[in-house]
Design a binder for this molecule. Structure first.
Ligand code: N01
Length: 552
């Protein structure tokens, strides 16, 4: 007997795009308006925004500077939009993405509240059959995932959560009407970029905030501020220059890494350089020296400087010691930037629990019990515990490729892609910012634009040449996976053994370094070369006979 989902008629389009964040919006625009394809975007939320739709936690703000955190494909859009602060807040980014959706009339091809449940490739018809959880069905030649790298919330499986009498929230699934912390005893688990942004804001209204720290973290002040009219004018006048810098840089930011070693300068000079970068604030701290991420001794100089700053800010020596007891080299985990994080521990209503000394035993009705027998009474628990990154959102959908092979099976030892763009055995499936691409190691809009444009050009090539399918050759995948490994091992990045880059934050997840650490500029060149060489490393399906005859 057919199940309920089989009842709804299947809608056929050229392409299905999953997700309506930065990636999905631009992919829709490119395929529909540049190539003239019929496109259906399927979005789980009830609005556009992706990451920024879900991550509405207190203090949510982008760590990339606003003049670089934008689409650069359209000069008129750049000229018409003005950011107000050095780093855009969540609400302002949502306004921006809604503006983009309206400006390019994108909403008419987006179905909201449509979470994709499964996608199955049918070889005979060369179609992807896509189902949403509400039973709608779509058939498409091309399937493009634009699901984000950090969209699958990781709620730790701590025993007793179901018995907690208070309320709990994950930062990545934050209630749209906010959470009232006033007078409440709040416990926040997690001190990554999210927790470090959230703690100072929660502490402003909470009765008491207890921060549960498992791994101490570096953090650099953001020094956020309203943008001056002078800066805004400069950014508008300099779009070509900013774009060129972002494309040429390692991380897709609008600044270059200094071409000097930390060993090229005296101790006093280095200290002065770090101090100036600390005072300036932001992610460009790690761009001071070219070898911070490749040479442990060079890294030690940055790590030592940053640890010392914690002691200067935090008044209680015991708390400062726990906060600065950092076990990994600087920037081997994504470095947070903050607005008053360490200062927050000087407040009377904030305390720190060192989970390395006493791990969480369980959640009780009243709060969190640690292994030293102390029960921390709480009304609200905030899990700032991160994501099942990169592979999580893709594997959450039931994707089946050629010969009934599922993506889960194909990736059981970790993600295997060619260029982070395609998976062998999954024809015409494209993964925007997929594992094996620079993605999370870069300023996301820059790598998203590059992927979307590459995919668009690729699909244009297929159609112009009546090529029905593209998928990577398995040996090209193997070579790329080895290269992604080598690129990571050429840096200090794998030294943070508990980072989500390695999948180490999710129990049972294969330990594979997922993003490509070879740098944005190099990666762009590689992708362009591959395309220029006739999609070297990809297998292109034989053009349909009829199509060939028609073109003769
Ligand atoms: O998540 P994380 P995040 N018990 O995985 C702890 C991007 N981002 O949401 O390190 C106790 O970094 C965990 O401890 P440990 C950015 O790329 C961007 O903060 O595993 N603790 C860690 O402290 C970032 O890297 C922006 O020992 C547990 C924390 O939770 C990425 O998102 C803003 C635990 C998780 O840190 C993810 O950041 C924010 C447990 N069972 C984030 N499980 C902008 O640019 C986990 N932890 C705007």
């Amino acid at each position: 007997m057919p199940d309920a989902m089989d009842q709804s008629p299947e809608v056929t389009v050229d392409a299905v795009v999953i997700g309506a964040g930065f990636a999905g919006l631009y992919q829709l625009l490119c395929l529909r308006d540049r190539l003239g394809l019929s496109v259906q975007v399927l979005e789980a939320g009830d609005g556009v925004g992706g990451t920024w739709y879900w991550n509405r936690y207190p203090g949510a703000r982008c760590d990339s500077e606003s003049h670089s955190y934008a689409f650069y494909f359209d000069e008129a859009l750049l000229q018409d939009w003005s950011w107000t602060e050095r780093y855009p807040g969540q609400a302002e980014i949502m306004r921006y993405l809604n503006h983009v959706a309206d400006r390019f009339d994108l909403r008419r091809d987006i179905r909201f509240n449509a979470r994709v449940a499964s996608a199955e490739y049918d070889e005979a018809s060369n179609r992807w059959h896509v189902r949403t959880e509400d039973g709608a069905r779509y058939a498409a030649t091309y399937l493009i995932t634009a699901v984000g790298c950090l969209s699958s919330a990781n709620v730790p499986d701590i025993p007793g959560r179901e018995n907690f009498d208070g309320r709990w929230f994950h930062t990545g699934q934050w209630p749209h009407d906010g959470v009232d912390f006033s007078g409440k005893r709040v416990g926040m688990v997690g001190t990554g970029s999210t927790g470090i942004q959230a703690a100072p804001v929660i502490a402003e209204t909470a009765g008491h905030l207890t921060v549960f720290q498992r791994t101490a973290n570096y953090s650099i002040p953001a020094r956020n501020a309203p943008l001056t009219e002078e800066f805004k004018a400069w950014a508008k006048a300099s779009t070509a220059e900013i774009r060129a810098t972002m494309h040429a840089s390692v991380n897709g930011h609008a600044f270059m890494i200094q071409n000097r070693s930390a060993h090229d300068v005296t101790d006093a000079e280095r200290e002065a350089i770090y101090q100036a970068a600390w005072d300036l604030g932001g992610l460009r701290f790690r761009a001071n020296f070219r070898d911070i991420l490749t040479d442990k001794a060079a890294n030690d100089t940055a790590s030592a400087f940053l640890k010392a700053q914690i002691g200067k800010v935090v008044k209680d020596p015991q708390t400062a010691a726990v906060l600065s007891n950092i076990d990994h080299p600087f920037a081997t985990k994504r470095p947070p930037i903050d607005s008053g994080y360490f200062e927050t521990f000087n407040r009377d209503n904030v305390s720190l629990v060192d989970l390395r000394a006493a791990p969480i035993e369980r959640i009780t009705e009243n709060g969190i019990l640690t292994k030293d027998g102390v029960e921390h009474p709480l009304d609200i628990i905030v899990f700032a515990t991160g994501f099942d990154a990169m592979t999580g959102p893709l594997l959450a959908m039931d994707i089946t490729g050629r010969d009934g092979v599922t993506l889960k099976d194909a990736w059981k030892e970790g993600p295997k892609t060619y260029l982070g763009l395609q998976v062998a055995g999954f024809p015409n499936l494209f993964t925007v910012t997929g594992p094996g691409s620079p993605s999370v190691l870069t300023n996301m809009p820059v790598c998203i634009e590059q992927h979307v444009e590459w995919i668009t050009d690729c699909i244009a090539h297929l159609r112009a040449n009546h090529i029905p399918t593209i998928e990577p050759a398995t040996d090209a995948v193997d070579r790329w996976v080895a290269h992604v490994n080598d690129a990571a091992n050429a840096t200090l990045l794998p030294q943070a053994g508990h980072s989500w880059y390695l999948g180490a934050n999710v129990p049972g997840k294969p330990r594979v370094f997922m993003p490509y650490a070879g740098g944005m500029a190099r990666y762009r060149r590689t992708c362009a070369d591959v395309a220029a060489r006739g999609y070297d490393g990809f297998v292109l399906g034989a053009p349909a006979r009829g199509a060939l005859e028609m073109t003769r």
